[in-house]
Ligand binder design. Structure first.
Ligand SMILES: Cc1cc2nc3c(=O)[nH]c(=O)nc-3n(C[C@H](O)[C@H](O)[C@H](O)COP(=O)(O)OP(=O)(O)OC[C@H]3O[C@@H](n4cnc5c(N)ncnc54)[C@H](O)[C@@H]3O)c2cc1C
Ligand code: FES
Length: 318
């Protein structure tokens, strides 16, 4: 079933904590078939042009003025979970309220409907002969990595996995449950990963949960502690802010580990028409005969060639 424009029914929509909300959706008919094939790392474009604002006292103070702007363009989101069932597919949207579109999403109630284009883009892939997957999340990078965790457990049960989750502080961790004060050791701290048997190391910049410092430092520390470990049997997957992705790519490159990163760009169309989502890349092969070793780069489209890219090819904007 190819991508298309589908109606999704809202099953529930509630605030988890801080700016984070969870919406459960249901697709039926052709939408159920299309999203049953949703692959972790792919995305969707949501239309909120017909969705009204919530009452003013429910809009964060700093967003009240900016939210009055009409939202003409669809917005890209990932799914944190997708469950195909007989005749329907349910999905979990995990979103952060930070502008006109996401504020409007908070006004949707059970029984409301939304227009969604998808599934879009190219998601994560699992190369052959990998025994260990390392999942790295920075802040709102959680949804596609959570979706990947479920996929790995279902389709590659033989692979071990460890998740590394980082944010500025405990309140900026987009997970349900209280994570404050947990230790920096790897453990079953995050239910969203623990339910798939995946232990987690948490890192926060202020030390309010887990390791005090960047999640990439915790990842490097953990890799240095491993004995009898095979870089070629390992794959790194990451989603989060671009400086974090650049650091993960560096760690992977230094140790000879394959790494896939999910990139974010502003996306006006999401389907390869507007060229607004360029990602600078090193070509996988020389562009022309005799150009071996050249520093020449190409622009790829985050919405069509990604959002997931081989980290070796990306020229990060840092
Ligand atoms: C492939 C993809 C998947 C995404 N998945 C999710 C998800 O699962 N959950 C979620 O909460 N968000 C996700 N996002 C980000 C989401 O699209 C934006 O948060 C959303 O567009 C915000 O719309 P808004 O009108 O509320 O705020 P806007 O006013 O559009 O943006 C608010 C602030 O966020 C910044 N911003 C918005 N979009 C982007 C972007 N794409 N890249 C960098 N900065 C941006 C803006 O510069 C601005 O400072 C995803 C983005 C992409 C490209
Ligand atoms: S968002 Fe329009 S080309 Fe990518």
């Amino acid at each position: 079933m190819p991508k298309g424009i589908f109606a999704a029914a809202v099953l529930s929509n509630r605030r988890i904590h801080a700016c984070f909300w969870r919406m459960d959706l249901e697709f039926t008919g052709d939408g159920a078939g299309a999203f049953a094939r949703f692959h972790p790392g792919q995305f969707l474009q949501i239309d909120v042009s017909e969705v009204g604002l919530p009452p003013e006292d429910q809009i964060p103070l700093d967003l009240r003025d900016v939210c009055k702007r009409n939202v003409l363009l669809r917005r890209p989101f990932s799914f944190a979970d997708v469950t195909p069932e007989a005749g329907r597919t349910t999905a979990e949207l995990l979103y952060c309220v930070l502008g006109p579109a996401s504020v409007r999403l908070t006004s949707l109630r059970s029984g409301d409907s939304m227009s969604i284009i998808g599934p879009l883009g190219i998601g994560f892939s699992v190369p052959e002969h990998r025994h260990l997957a390392l999942l790295v999340v920075g802040g709102m990078g959680a949804p596609p990595i959570r979706c990947l965790a479920k996929h790995l457990r279902a389709e590659h049960p033989e692979m071990k996995a460890v998740a590394f989750v980082g944010a500025k502080s405990t309140v900026a961790l987009p997970f349900e449950g209280d994570l404050s004060g947990i230790p920096s050791a790897v453990g079953s701290w995050v239910p969203a990963f623990a339910k798939f048997g995946i232990p987690t190391a948490v890192a926060t910049d202020d030390g309010s949960a887990g390791y005090r410092g960047f999640v990439t430092e915790r990842l490097a520390q953990w890799l240095d502690e491993q004995k009898d470990w095979s870089p070629t049997g390992t794959i790194l997957y990451a989603c989060g802010p671009e400086p974090m992705l650049a650091a993960v790519a560096r760690i992977a490159g230094e140790r000879g580990i394959d790494c896939q990163v999910s990139m974010e760009r502003r996306m006006a169309c999401g389907i390869g028409l507007c060229q607004s989502c360029a990602v600078e890349c090193r070509p996988a092969a020389p562009l022309r005969v005799g150009m071996e070793g050249s520093q020449e780069t190409v622009y790829k489209l985050c919405c069509q060639d990604g959002p997931v890219f081989d980290a070796r090819h990306v020229v990060f904007e840092t």
